[in-house]
Design a protein around this ligand. Structure first.
Ligand code: ADP
Ligand code: MG
Length: 498
């Protein structure tokens, strides 16, 4: 397959992402300590998390199960046997001096993630996904110029998901990250909360002349928003091209993105694997995953987004693009299915969801979970519109009325707005009855025709625009209450066909 790669100033951009997804287990990867976010500092780190002498780690089965789920969902090999290794480094937030991770033999090997980029299907190959534990956190604020260490996060289970250097633009990296984010949330293995750090990405970026060997990469650490990811990569690409154009070499390095300046800055020169002195953790036996365990996890898997999208195409007649959009998250798919069931008009539901609803949600920085119009209400609106009980402009007016003016996050949308009869009450209140009296409508049509002889002449001279203008005049005269189809028919009859 030939894909054209958009170049930046004549250079090809190469990106590989490493993503840390915090696994949504109640207890830690190797201890029984709680993983809940936001507890007072150092109240959730136990002796095992600190590796105090005499303690031994015990692997959390729920963390492994989540890794298996992920492996199955991306079509990877789930290793029958994988090894935990110690990654040794010293940092204030890692007082025990090593992180338990997987190195040579990770639990998930290969696989891929597919998504749409500007309407085109793209697939990014995964190298691996391995289980590891998180470190603690350094806190620089509120300590009177000193730095505090909070070890609550130490030992929290992570799945590190590593891609091949397959992405060719910041936009593609962002779309991959969005798809991966949606997938781990969909699978119920990660809460996806990016503010709380449950999903963070490192972007490895290099540039090269098309067809040349891979350039040296720099790794941008800890990107916790899609917008920052795009900004950071764009800045980094420009910076690297400037250097190469100046005849300078790119040194492999780890860099940080500063959202305030929009720049990336070198943090340290990049360590090599040998700096970490990896070796198998002598306290942990190999992780053995029997085929029966994989089968059990498979049996409990939810329907995956790709399968659901295929079903929407097959059973609901949606286009590939609409089906993909309807399965962008579990919540979105649930909303779509509920609204569709309420009106049996899949295409119209998809149109409203992608149009007015998404636009209004985005403007208010809300997600579908807090949509102030419940799925059954949207379904009802669509039913009334398609049966001709209300006109298109009336449907819009109804939509505006149902959407509260000062909507704030916090409002737990769908539940909050489910009050039975809200749609009928609004129709009553707004006086949105479709005009059904055809004599009255005919009288209005006659009046409009009498007042617009010029439009009639233009129409007879073959100008379609003139006809639409007449329809518009009638709709206006009826305050949008006429059925456009009926108006069309009446006008055509009176004008003698078209
Ligand atoms: P490490 O674990 O030391 O960061 P890896 O070799 O595992 O290094 O690679 C990490 C990530 O960097 C992977 O996602 C990989 O695809 C990506 N990568 C490797 N080489 C390049 C390159 N030349 N340009 C961009 N990304 C790269
Ligand atoms: Mg790395």
């Amino acid at each position: 397959m030939v894909t054209t790669v958009a170049l930046v100033r004549g250079y090809e951009v190469v990106i590989g992402l490493e993503t840390h997804a915090q696994l949504s287990t109640r207890s830690k990867a190797f201890s029984g300590a709680d993983t809940a976010f936001g507890a007072p500092a150092n109240t959730q780190a136990c002796a095992v998390d600190l590796a105090l002498p005499g303690t031994l780690p015990v692997l959390n089965r729920a963390a492994v199960e989540r890794a298996i789920r992920f492996g199955l969902a991306v079509g990877a090999k789930v290793a029958p046997q994988s090894i935990f290794a110690r990654k040794n480094y010293f940092y204030p937030d890692l007082p025990k001096g090593y992180q338990i991770s997987q190195y040579e033999t990770p639990v998930v090997q290969g696989g891929s993630v597919a998504f749409l980029l500007g309407g085109q299907r793209r697939t990014v190959q995964l190298t691996r996904a391995h289980l590891e534990e998180d470190a603690g956190k350094s806190l620089h604020e509120d300590y009177h110029g000193r730095t505090g260490i909070d070890l609550n996060r130490a030992g929290t289970p992570l799945l590190e998901i590593v891609t091949e250097p397959d992405m060719r633009s910041s936009a593609e990296a962002v779309e991959y990250a969005r798809a991966l984010h949606a997938l781990v949330v969909w699978l119920g293995i990660c809460d996806g909360n990016m503010q709380e750090g449950s999903f963070r990405c490192d972007a490895n970026v290099s540039v090269r002349k098309p067809g040349g060997p891979l350039g040296t990469r720099r790794e941008i650490k800890n990107l916790n928003s899609f917008r920052f990811m795009q900004q950071a990569i764009d800045f980094e690409v420009d910076w690297q091209i400037d250097r190469v154009e100046d005849g300078l070499r790119i040194e492999q390095a780890t860099v940080l993105f500063d959202p305030d300046s929009g720049e990336t800055r070198a943090m340290r020169s990049k360590e090599d694997a040998q700096d970490y002195r990896y070796f198998p953790d002598p306290d942990l036996p190999p992780l053995v995953i029997a085929a029966e365990w994989i089968d059990r996890v498979k049996a409990e898997m939810p329907e995956l987004p790709a399968a659901m999208a295929a079903r929407f195409q097959r059973d609901d007649g949606l286009s590939a693009e609409d089906a993909e959009l309807m399965t962008q998250s579990v919540a979105f798919a649930r909303y779509y299915e509920a609204a569709r069931d309420a009106c049996r008009q899949p295409k119209l539901v998809a149109n409203w969801l992608m149009g007015d609803i998404s636009r209004r949600l985005n403007a208010a920085a809300l997600t579908i979970e807090s949509c102030p119009i419940a799925p059954n209400e949207l379904g009802e609106l669509i039913s009334r519109l398609s049966s001709g009980a209300i006109s298109r402009p009336q449907a819009r007016q109804l939509f505006e009325h149902l959407w509260p003016e000062n909507i704030t996050v916090g409002l737990s949308g769908v539940e909050a707005s489910v009050s039975p009869g809200r749609v009928s009450a609004a129709i009553e209140l707004l006086g949105l009855q479709q005009m059904t009296d055809s004599d009255a409508l005919e009288a209005i049509v006659d009046k409009v025709l009498a007042a617009n002889p010029k439009s009639i002449d233009e129409f007879k001279a073959g100008k379609d625009k003139a006809f639409n203008a007449l329809v518009g005049q009638v709709m206006k005269a009826t305050q949008g209450k006429a059925h456009p189809g009926q108006v069309n028919e009446l006008l055509r009859r009176k004008l003698g066909g078209g």
